[in-house]
Design a protein around this ligand. Structure first.
Ligand SMILES: Cc1cc2nc3c(=O)[nH]c(=O)nc-3n(C[C@H](O)[C@H](O)[C@H](O)COP(=O)(O)OP(=O)(O)OC[C@H]3O[C@@H](n4cnc5c(N)ncnc54)[C@H](O)[C@@H]3O)c2cc1C
Length: 366
């Protein structure tokens, strides 16, 4: 790892989570040797904790194109960088329990056909064959996308950072951006605890820290961290490594194979904000205490859906944090005064590549 930060850079990226590292990689591939500054270790914020589920079908054509690109990238990065991403195209199965969700699955099936993504509506027999562990008596329909999959988020981060460095980008860990230097309302540099870098382009990719950093610059970022939990069961005998990922939107749960165990995540009806009074300075690869009272209703749903689940779920459960807001589309803003500060919130499959493609080809919607 290089220790001396440069005096100047064409772009400075704040934050070494998946968004910062992906941006660095894509810029470097286009010949822009950007510099990334990470306060602790790469991926030590939210990224390391992700379940790693990669879905391609999104609300719009542009986001679905981005999902397709990402699934392809996660396959190809190993060849380019020598670092595997752990991409397993196990496929996803989405269930509908009621009429509204059923209609949505039919539309997703149409959308998939239009976007050239292979997909199937499964019969109950086919569903039982693919997911024998769950109760299916109340399932109205199910929808299978074989090319969706799952990755190891840490491995993806390493692969992207390796690829970025191969193309001349620089990464500085254990370095914190403490301030932006502005002149006439425009960014001219960033101040770090290891010195100043002159630049006129800054990307704030600070995840759940972004809104606090931006607030100090007088910019409002409508993003706040919330706790998010999943459980990991004991090893489940006979669970294949190729087990498709299961999404039950009406119960707000997702299920995936994880080294011979089941990882089951849930979104609560009422979320629990994290870091309202600030985030601890020493935060790095942290987990939060498991709040049983808060997640009990979700656990009950999981156990009803898969009756043997309590037997396997004796292992302590994990809680992470997600930076959340009301809609799924990216935040990408040019603040009124500083001119060059962009802020965003994406997930693993929403690389900033999207915007550059849009700039290249024009006409893509969000
Ligand atoms: C339990 C869980 C499961 C998830 N599952 C999935 C999933 O299956 N699929 C999916 O797509 N997404 C999933 N997500 C969401 C996904 O993990 C996040 O959307 C994504 O990792 C956010 O990446 P990021 O780069 O924006 O933020 P982060 O990973 O938090 O990175 C931000 C980085 O910025 C650094 N930083 C902040 N301020 C500064 C500063 N001033 N100077 C220098 N560095 C700074 C931080 O140290 C941090 O490393 C999950 C999240 C959780 C918690």
């Amino acid at each position: 790892m290089i220790s001396n930060i440069p005096e100047n850079a064409p772009v400075v990226i704040i934050g070494g989570g998946i968004i910062g590292v992906s941006t660095l990689y894509h810029l470097a591939k286009r010949g822009v040797r950007a510099v990334l500054i990470e306060r602790r270790k790469l991926a030590s914020g939210t990224t390391w904790h992700a379940a790693g589920i990669v879905g391609q079908l999104r609300d719009s054509t542009a986001q679905t194109e981005l999902g397709k690109y990402t699934a392809r990238l996660f396959r190809e990065l190993e060849e380019e960088t020598g670092q595997a991403t752990g991409y397993k195209p196990n496929g996803t199965i989405n269930l509908a329990l009621g009429a509204v969700r059923h209609e949505q699955l039919l539309r997703s099936h149409d959308h998939a056909a239009r976007m050239g993504i292979e997909s199937y509506l499964l019969s109950v027999e086919e569903l039982n064959e693919k997911w024998p562990l769950i109760r299916t008596d109340d399932v109205k329909s199910s929808f299978f996308v074989p090319s969706n999959g799952q990755v190891n988020p840490l491995d993806v981060t390493v692969a992207l950072s390796k690829g970025a460095r191969m193309h001349g980008a620089q990464i500085f860990e254990n370095t914190k951006v403490t301030d932006l230097i502005l002149r006439d309302g425009k960014v001219i540099g960033v101040e770090t605890d290891k010195g100043v870098i002159a630049t006129n382009k800054v990307l704030l990719a600070g995840g759940m820290w972004s809104h606090l950093f931006a607030k100090a610059m007088g910019v409002t970022v409508p993003l706040h961290a919330a706790e998010h939990f999943y459980i990991v069961t004991e090893p489940v005998a006979g669970l294949p490594k190729t087990q498709p990922i299961l999404n039950i939107a009406e119960e707000r749960t997702y299920w995936k194979e994880d080294t011979g165990k089941l990882l089951i995540g849930a979104f609560e009806q009422k979320g629990k904000p994290y870091g309202v009074d600030g985030i601890p300075e020493d935060f790095e690869f942290d987990e939060l205490p498991f709040d049983m009272e808060h997640v009990e209703a979700n656990l009950e749903k999981m156990f009803e859906r898969m009756p043997p689940c309590p037997k396997w779920a004796s292992r302590p459960s994990l809680t992470g944090r997600k930076a959340l807001r009301r809609t799924a589309a990216p935040i990408w803003a040019r603040p009124p005064r500083s001119g060059a500060l962009s802020c965003n919130r994406h997930e693993l499959q929403r690389h900033p590549e999207f915007r550059w493609r849009r700039a290249d080809h024009g006409g893509m919607d969000d």
